[in-house]
Write a protein that binds this ligand. Structure first.
Ligand SMILES: Cc1ncc(C[n+]2csc(CCOP(=O)(O)OP(=O)(O)O)c2C)c(N)n1
Length: 426
């Protein structure tokens, strides 16, 4: 009867159903509170807990800095030597591509760029554990995930050059990749927008009965956006098959993590929202692989979201618009540069006897040739036709867009010397 007074507007039969549902799911145990909001033990000592007394979440690792497998039983036996060589090549390819495109921006040849130095282990380890039909929502520093799925060097270069080969027809800033063919949603600059979208996409997979999941990458800085909490809560309450993959690289541009949060990183938030979780060494590609593999199995089988926090370090500047020497010392960068996902994997391969200096030199030479060729081709390609500016938003172009397009053409015809229209496709 006490309930009746609270549930205004609810008819008696429905109320009876509610109370039956409540009593069947919430056993009234001796000494347990039985509130609808939480079922927990009663205690009789006053104890205002200090969150800093909690032990920090451990960090899962299989391979140490020296490239030694510290827990052989944990090594993913399905990963072949060829897989490892392919991962290593792709990590180095993104590295060389980063160098070239970063410098190209400094020379004014492209407008913007972001490197992923030091975070290659989070890309390859996670991408390899997914199914190609799993849906990716990325932040912007995860190009290796997309390339693992088959997005080519040409695709990358064309996008960064905004040329006629760009799948987005030059309408996005460089590094804002997207590819329907690779189940990779187009990057958007406003931080954390991808997190609630990922929960929604995962809910859609679930309602369609697909045995796939969504993976959503984000940085420690994005985790401070309100959208991040919204997304974690929606994904948990709607039982969504989604993996939230945080790359905790120590910085959000110039804001170090010590100014970003007071809790135990990002992983500690998972339990609060009811997600399963693991913290992993992001520089250990095998540990990342195992973490994503188990997360994927769990989230699909049990329709429970998972949060993975991969600990790593952003070795490069935030982007071409940043000079990180203004807010961090070179000694810190030097220290972290001694132990990267690439150097660790190289040590592993050398320890295992299938890599040496000669092979390394040969690989770097091959990659340099491939990267330079695609770079030169992309630079030589024409820009997209200007008509694309007015396409692809509406199935039928509205009258006002048709008017604007006609105005643009009139304007270009009036001032032909002021616009490099000859660099664009017709
Ligand atoms: C809503 C919003 N606020 C601010 C920015 C500017 N901004 C771009 S990247 C960035 C830092 C993000 O850091 P983090 O999520 O840790 O990713 P990281 O760059 O370290 O990979 C900021 C503040 C933005 N793009 N969107």
């Amino acid at each position: 009867m006490a309930l009746a007074g609270l549930a205004r507007g609810v008819t008696a039969p429905r109320l009876a159903l509610w109370s039956r549902a409540l009593s069947s799911t919430t056993p009234t145990l001796q000494g347990m509170s039985n509130f609808p909001g939480a079922n927990s033990r009663f205690v009789h000592e006053l104890n205002l807990k200090r969150s800093i007394d909690n032990e920090p979440e451990p960090c899962y690792q299989i391979m140490n800095k020296e490239g030694v497998i510290v827990t052989p039983d944990e090594f993913p036996s399905e990963i072949s030597q060829q897989n490892i060589l392919d991962w290593y090549k792709l990590m180095n390819t993104t590295n060389q591509m980063d160098q070239l495109l970063y410098n190209a921006q400094r020379q004014g040849r492209i407008s913007f760029y972001m490197t992923a130095y030091g975070e290659e282990g989070t890309h390859l380890g996670s991408a390899a554990a997914l199914d190609p039909e799993d849906v990716v929502y990325a932040q912007y520093r995860e190009v290796g995930v997309l390339m693992y799925r088959g997005f080519s060097l040409k695709n990358v270069m064309d996008q960064c050059y905004s040329n006629s080969g760009d799948l987005g027809r030059g309408r996005q800033m460089p590094v804002h990749y997207g590819s329907a063919e690779h189940n990779f949603h187009t990057i958007s600059s406003p931080l954390a927008t991808q997190l609630p979208q990922a929960a929604g996409a995962a809910y859609a997979l679930k309602t369609r009965g697909k045995r796939n999941c969504v993976i959503c990458y984000f940085g420690d800085g994005s985790a401070s956006e309100g959208d991040s909490s919204v997304a974690l809560n929606f994904s948990a309450t709607l039982d969504c098959p989604v993996i939230y993959f945080c790359r905790n690289n120590g910085y959000a541009i110039s804001t170090p993590t010590k100014d970003q949060y007071r809790g135990d990183g990002i992983v500690s938030r998972a339990a609060g929202f009811g997600l399963d979780y693991i913290r992993v060494d992001g520089n250990d590609v095998f540990a990342v692989y195992n973490a994503v593999k188990i997360a994927r199995e769990r989230t699909i089988a049990e329709q429970r979201p998972v949060l993975i926090e991969a600990m790593t370090y952003r070795i490069g500047h935030h982007s071409t618009s940043d000079d990180s020497s203004a807010y961090r010392g070179m000694d810190e960068v030097d220290t972290f540069s001694q132990d990267t996902p690439i150097s660790r994997l190289e040590r592993y391969m050398t320890n295992q006897g299938f890599w040496d200096e000669e092979k390394e030199a040969e690989l770097q030479k091959t990659i340099r040739k491939e990267v330079r060729k695609e770079f030169a081709d992309a630079e030589a390609r024409l820009k997209p036709s200007m008509r694309h500016m007015f396409e692809d938003v509406y199935a039928d172009k509205p009258a006002r867009l048709q008017r604007q397009e006609a105005e643009m053409h009139e304007h270009l015809a009036k001032y032909p010397d002021d616009y490099p229209t000859n660099l664009h496709e017709a």
